[in-house]
Ligand binder design. Structure first.
Ligand code: PMP
Length: 282
């Protein structure tokens, strides 16, 4: 069955939705996006996603196509029209269509596009086994704090991981781990400390990362926000990744090094459980 997608004021069957070939999102990746999870038909952490969207647009001097309230109303319409009980809602804002020119148009009307994906997020079987990752060189641009659709390096990294028989890739730069292809990453040291890279232009400030750190603090777990090396990760007791679509995903193997017993660690499992409980409680 065809989905209903949203394009600039209209709710349309996906095959009827159209965007201009001159759209700068298409020509220059001049576009930003957000992905919010839906559980029990309700948006998770959505206010934080929309706040980050506003920040991304501001950093690129992009005009907002709608207010946060209007965007939330459209998201909820999309959930209803597509009967989403559990899954994802993707939204993208582009600077709009203009004749191709590197200079940014002053008068282009920004585009707003949304679509939904039905997915069993809370019962994701992969989380029960954990994933294996490889490290790859971080060849992305230097403003990874802005959530743009320029995702080719991330897609290449993910494909390199799959080609190597792994599930995902971690980006390494100057000898330190930045983040995963589409997630923030954490390790747990032998003495039980949770380590995740400090925020900066090098990584995306993950909404799930922030919530998971808050939940960990509430559990009195020790957190260090600092860079760590792949070698430190190989020796870690456990590891996990966070994102709006995977919540907390245990990592059991890094570059062929098996962590702990090769099964999801207790802290990763606890954080996943706490995150889902919090999301369900609303
Ligand atoms: N880093 C990158 C590069 C990502 O693409 C994502 C997910 N979009 C994240 C981190 C996780 O962010 P969030 O928890 O807000 O989904």
């Amino acid at each position: 069955m065809s989905r209903i997608v949203y394009v600039n004021g209209e709710y349309l069957p996906e095959e009827d939705a159209k965007i201009s070939v001159f759209d700068r999102g298409f020509l220059f990746a001049d576009a930003v996006y957000e992905v919010s999870a839906v559980i029990d038909g309700k948006l998770i952490d959505n206010a934080a996603h929309l706040a980050r969207l506003t920040r991304s647009m501001n950093e690129l001097k992009m005009t907002a196509p709608a207010t946060g309230e209007e965007i939330t109303a459209i998201q909820n319409q999309m959930i209803e029209r597509n009967g989403i009980d559990e899954g994802l809602i993707y939204l993208q804002v582009t600077r709009g269509a203009a004749d191709r020119d590197f200079a940014m148009p002053k008068d282009a009307a920004p585009s707003l596009v949304m679509f939904t994906q039905k997915k069993n997020l809370t019962g994701n079987a992969v989380a029960g086994k954990g994933i294996s990752v490889i490290t790859v060189q971080d060849i992305r641009w230097k403003r990874r704090d802005i959530k743009t659709v320029a995702l080719l390096p991330a897609s290449m990294a993910k494909q390199a991981a799959l080609d190597a028989g792994a599930n995902d890739a971690w980006f390494v730069e100057d000898g330190f781990v930045n983040e995963g292809s589409s997630n923030n990453v954490f390790i747990v040291t032998e003495d039980g400390k949770i380590i995740t890279r400090h925020l900066g232009n090098e990584i995306l400030s993950g909404i799930t990362r922030k919530t998971v750190l808050e939940l960990a603090k509430r559990e009195n777990l020790v957190i260090e926000e600092r860079a760590f090396t792949p070698e430190e990760a190989y020796e870690a007791r456990e590891a996990f990744a966070t994102s709006a679509s995977a919540f907390v995903m245990p990592v059991v193997k890094i570059d062929g090094h098996i962590l702990g017993n090769g099964v999801p660690g207790p802290i990763a499992e606890k954080m996943r459980k706490l995150y889902i409980e919090m999301a369900k409680a609303g």
